[in-house]
Design a protein around this ligand. Structure first.
Ligand code: ZN
Length: 172
């Protein structure tokens, strides 16, 4: 099973503006990256994963299939674009597989509509609310090099960096 290591905060791939994919030119890459991402997400656990988190700067996100009971095709999104989002916002705690041990309160719209292509190159659209909407926005941020720490104060960023250093020291 092609489970890949997760890129950790500080890795430049997490700051990359990821490449849009073309089904004609990149079909092999698309299939292999989707496979690796689905396997990696199932292995590490988590609500979602973006391609740069496995070191590949392309526009693919994978969401936990429990968000889409009966519609597993919708859990892999290629070239996802958030077309609109609600004006209502809420604040919830978020974590990120690339920033282990850190959780931050982030304000986001409670609703969004996302256009994407499924693995077969079929254009699709999903209207999402609450946890799914938050997860999609978090993962699409990754494709633009944006991490949840980009939403918090300098002080919180420094604290998080310190915390991550402690964790990596303990792991070493
Ligand atoms: Zn993340």
């Amino acid at each position: 099973m092609p489970v890949k290591p997760i890129a950790i905060y500080g890795d430049p791939v997490l700051k990359a503006m990821c490449m849009e994919l073309d089904f004609k030119k990149h079909s092999e890459i698309i299939q292999s990256v989707c496979r690796d991402m689905v396997d990696t997400l199932a292995h590490v656990g988590g609500q979602g994963l973006a391609a740069p988190q496995i070191g590949v700067p392309v526009r693919i996100i994978v969401l936990h299939p429990e968000f889409f009971p009966g519609r597993p095709k919708d859990s892999v999104m290629i070239n996802p674009t958030i077309r609109s989002s609600g004006s209502l916002r809420d604040v919830k705690e978020e974590g990120c597989l690339s920033i282990p041990g850190v959780r931050e309160y982030i304000t986001r719209p409670t609703w969004c509509k996302v256009n994407f292509f499924d693995r077969n190159g079929q254009g699709r659209v999903v209207a999402a609310s609450s946890a799914l909407a938050r997860c999609i926005q978090h993962e699409v941020d990754h494709l633009n090099g944006v991490l949840l720490l980009d939403y918090v104060s300098r002080g919180r960023q420094k604290q998080a960096a310190k915390r991550m250093k402690q964790i990596s020291k303990r792991a070493a």
